[in-house]
Design a protein. Structure first.
Lengths: 345, 139
């Protein structure tokens, strides 16, 4: 019994010790705030799955063998990327991790999907999933309300004849995703590594932190007032795509709380409500590592909050290029006129 | 560009890294919406312009038909940001360069195509894929 208590005590202490061991005192800005400024791309984490395979359970770190497999897959991906334009046997194989090929989107040995080099590739690491809580690394179940909404949407989709056509429904701009429409990837989709444009930049001024995301060049200008939230959130009637953010400093970490979303965003593939509340924590773990920790709470959508965490790596050479998505978004024109042409047949 | 299935994009990336792929996922916009699977094509032409625009670059080509008639085509390319990061510059595809494009024509019947495979006349690839992945330092 005593042994058990001793063990329990050690386990209780262990996380605190681990926490202490990795404390890094970031430099300060001239006005005394922790200095998080710099360019912090998330590119390294592209390829780390959002959710963990079920058989991992609560295990969040890969074994040596699994890590070796991930390294091997990354090397193979490099080969596939460079072969994509020439290799007849690989470019239409749906099992080779390509960009959206299925047997029905390949004919004549040519993929209708884009070439593989259109995507960023990350670096192999041992993190089993970006989601760290719930402990199984998986998105919690939908609420009954959200399940019904999802079922209604699926039924509405199925009832449309266009749903059965190659390419799906493109009756109006509303059939296109927010990203396809160049509206936004949202506060979550703009920073969680996916596809390309993983650049993030932090700029600070007294009382504000500016967070720039390369994807659809989003910028949040976040009032940050000392150790506690100073300024209140905007009135609840003010609703926006990126929400209303307020920040404060907590033991050297920047904590940002964001509410007042407009209820039209899609987070990790799920349309969310206007009750979404995000809590983001930016912690410098070293000169070149900034941990990003995001908790998503939408009680109308998920049965409990979930948290993703991953490192962003400083890269002074990384340039955030403009991504003026509306500049030449021919996709919208091509998809909508293409669907009209098909209707005439 | 995404299809709204951001999760699918991650699932794809995850599948490549960890588990066998359950199903292929779309990380970019719906190419089957934009281009016609029933209209595969092979274009041999001369580059007249590289339109370096967001969200996707477009390559303009003049293609001479068997009858000698020249038609202009537009071929979709990657996002300028990633093309730059992969080493592609304005000089990579200069005006007058002869290229061969394998892809599909736009569903709307216009002279637009996706550029699944783009090679130079001598068969050399327009673009070579990424460098070997470096690994992250492990604890």
């Amino acid at each position: 019994m005593r042994k058990w208590f001793a063990c329990a005590a050690i386990f209780a202490i262990a996380p605190a010790v681990a926490q202490t061991a990795k404390i890094y005192a970031p430099p300060k800005t001239p006005w005394g705030d922790p200095d998080l400024q710099g360019v912090w791309p998330g590119t390294d984490m592209v390829g780390t799955p959002l959710e963990r395979p079920r058989d991992f359970g609560a295990r969040s770190v890969l074994t040596d063998q699994e890590y070796a497999q991930r390294q091997a897959r990354a090397r193979n991906q490099t080969n596939i990327d460079s072969q994509e334009t020439v290799n007849e046997t690989t470019r239409c194989d749906p099992n080779r991790g390509g960009l959206g090929n299925t047997p029905t989107t390949c004919s004549n040995g040519v993929s209708i999907g884009p070439p593989l080099y259109w995507d960023d590739r990350g670096k192999p690491n041992r993190q089993a999933s970006l989601i760290v809580d719930p402990p199984d690394g998986r998105i919690p179940p939908l609420t009954a309300e959200a399940q019904k909404l999802a079922a209604d949407r699926a039924a509405a989709r199925r009832s449309r004849p266009c749903a059965a056509t190659a390419g799906g429904c493109h009756d109006s701009w509303e059939d296109e995703s927010l990203w396809d429409r160049c509206i936004t990837r949202g506060a979550v989709g703009s920073i969680v590594p996916n596809t390309y444009n993983q650049g993030n930049q932090i700029i600070q001024t007294p009382g504000y932190v500016i967070l720039r995301n390369e994807m659809i060049h989003e910028t949040r200008i976040i009032p940050v007032n000392g150790p506690v939230d100073g300024r209140p959130h905007a009135p609840s009637g003010i609703r926006t795509w990126m929400g209303d953010s307020r920040g404060h400093w907590e033991n050297g970490a920047l904590v940002v709380e964001t509410v007042n979303f407009n209820g039209r965003d899609v987070i990790v593939g799920t349309p969310v409500s206007d009750s979404v509340r995000l809590v983001e924590r930016f912690t410098r773990l070293g000169p070149d590592t900034l941990e990003y920790r995001l908790t998503v709470d939408d009680p109308k959508t998920w049965t409990k909050p979930w948290t993703a965490a991953f490192p962003l790596r400083r890269d002074p050479k990384y340039v955030l290029y403009e991504y003026a998505c509306h500049e030449g978004n021919y996709y919208m024109y091509n998809a909508l006129t293409g669907a009209r042409k098909q209707e005439q047949k | 560009m995404n299809t709204g299935l951001a999760l699918a994009g991650w699932a794809l990336a995850g599948g490549a890294a960890l588990a066998p792929l359950a199903a292929p996922a779309r990380a970019h916009h719906a190419f089957a919406a934009e281009f016609d699977i029933g209209k595969p094509l092979r274009l041999q032409g001369v580059v007249t312009e590289m339109e370096w625009i967001n969200p996707h670059a477009w390559i303009h080509l003049d293609v001479k038909g068997p009858d000698g008639k020249v038609t202009s085509w537009m071929v979709e390319g990657g996002s300028p940001n990633i093309l730059l990061r992969r080493g592609f510059t304005k000089k990579s595809l200069e005006k007058g360069t002869e290229v061969v494009v394998e892809g599909y024509q736009a569903k709307n019947g216009e002279n637009r195509a996706n550029g699944a495979n783009i090679t130079f006349k001598d068969g050399k690839r327009l673009f070579l894929g990424g460098s070997s992945p470096e690994e992250l330092p492990q604890k």
